[in-house]
Ligand binder design. Structure first.
Ligand code: ADP
Length: 395
């Protein structure tokens, strides 16, 4: 009933392609987040599903019905927007029931639906309040209740929490998850806040320049990003990227090499590759634990430290000339590495340190196409104590 399918859907505005050949298969009851940078086509995708914008090409289905050219009211979808437009002169009951009254539902049916919706969003006892007597979060719940009473097969939510303060946003996230469980309805949710996407959705659809980059459960996008864009977009702070090439014995770059047999990964020596490693997969080690695998050591100097409470971000310089730019920590930097360490770690700025990478968490991408080559590099089994044995980590 609430399955949503987009087949080769595009939307062009003059010379702008807002959505480019999008294919989506959303199952009934799924909670899907559309994420991506501003202008990537999230809202346009949503508006096309709602019927507010007609695609230039492609077909759309909701359930087994083709809806490509159907008006919004015939699609069985309800939308909740970022800007909550409640009628200021109507109380909560009238605001929630407005659409039903307009469609001449009988009084008892309206009462039954409003009561159920109020219960789901926990607004019982507030039905006689006026909008200006409510908090931002409560008003947003009225807007959601107004969508619920329509019994839609699909909920479309476009940044519904964007105007709420940080604490309320976190609270409303939990409420939306509860709501989804209770209603068991498809929810398609647009957000640029990846914490929202990671915590709430069954699957995340990552979009860039109107094109779908990956659609997978949050942890798959995090652990096995399909390409450089997804790897850099999902995760905060961003993954470290270093450009290099495949040498006869593995990845080789200005300051960091990672040994492996190129044949194992099916890459030709000479290929330009970008290595990615997340800050939490870089480990501080002491000389003693390095005795068995000197080839894995990376010597660095600590630069800026950012204590976050539950972890410390340590900006490492891999060369004398490296400069930490806190304004822009995304993208490729061959002489820097961001590491995350436990909050009680004894570490200071301008200190010589040695770190290792968790090889099982090293990502390799084809620099030319951006496509992922591998996630994690197996460490060959070696005789004990021989160089190349895996470093100890507490992972
Ligand atoms: P997002 O929601 O991800 O921020 P949008 O879907 O709003 O992105 O926009 C995608 C692209 O399409 C942007 O470049 C935007 O400027 C363009 N666009 C969106 N709506 C229109 C429109 N009505 N006319 C012209 N260009 C538009």
């Amino acid at each position: 009933m609430g399955d949503v399918t987009l087949e080769h859907v595009s939307k062009h505005y003059d010379d702008v392609t807002a959505v480019d050949d999008m294919n989506l298969d959303i199952d009934d009851g799924e909670f899907i987040c559309l994420v991506g940078p501003s202008g990537c086509g999230k809202s346009t995708t949503m508006e096309m599903i709602a019927g507010l914008t007609i695609p230039s090409e492609g077909k759309m289905f909701i359930g087994d019905r083709e809806v490509t050219n159907l008006p919004p009211k015939d699609r069985g979808v309800a939308m909740v927007f970022q800007n909550i437009a409640l009628f200021p002169h109507m109380d909560v009951y009238d605001n929630i029931s407005f659409g039903l009254r307009l469609r001449n539902y009988d009084k008892e049916e309206i009462e039954r639906r409003v009561e159920r919706a109020a219960e789901i969003v926990q607004l019982q006892g507030m039905l006689e309040r006026m909008p200006d007597e409510m908090s931002g979060g409560q008003r947003q719940r009225v807007a959601i209740a107004r969508a619920i009473v329509r019994n839609p097969g699909v909920f479309l939510m476009d940044e519904p929490l964007a105007n709420l303060d940080a604490k309320l946003r976190v609270h409303m996230r939990t409420e939306l998850q509860r709501l989804h469980k209770e209603l068991d309805t498809t929810i398609i949710y647009v957000t640029h806040d990846q914490a929202e996407a990671m915590t709430m959705s069954d699957r995340i659809a990552v979009i860039d320049s109107g094109q779908l980059q990956q659609i997978d459960p949050p942890l798959v996008c995090y652990n096995e990003p399909a390409n450089l864009f997804v790897a850099g977009f999902i995760g905060s702070p961003s993954m470290n990227f270093l450009d290099g090439e495949v040498a006869a014995d593995g990845f080789s770059s200005t300051n960091i090499d990672v040994e492996f047999d190129p044949a194992d990964l099916g890459v030709e020596p000479g290929t330009d590759v970008t290595m990615g490693i997340r800050p939490e997969d870089v480990y501080l080690v002491d000389e003693e634990s390095l005795v068995s695998n000197p080839s894995h050591r990376i010597d660095a100097v600590t630069d800026v430290l950012e204590p976050m409470g539950d972890e410390i971000f340590v900006y490492l310089k891999l060369s004398e000339s490296a400069e930490t730019d806190l304004e822009d920590t995304s993208g490729v930097a061959n002489d820097q590495l961001l590491m995350s360490v436990a909050p009680d770690t004894d570490i200071a700025e301008d200190e010589d340190v040695t770190v290792v990478l968790d090889r099982s968490r090293v990502h390799l991408f084809d620099t030319a196409t951006g496509e992922a080559i591998s996630h994690g590099i197996e460490t060959p089994v070696q005789t004990s104590g021989a160089p190349g044995t895996e470093a100890e980590s507490d992972d």
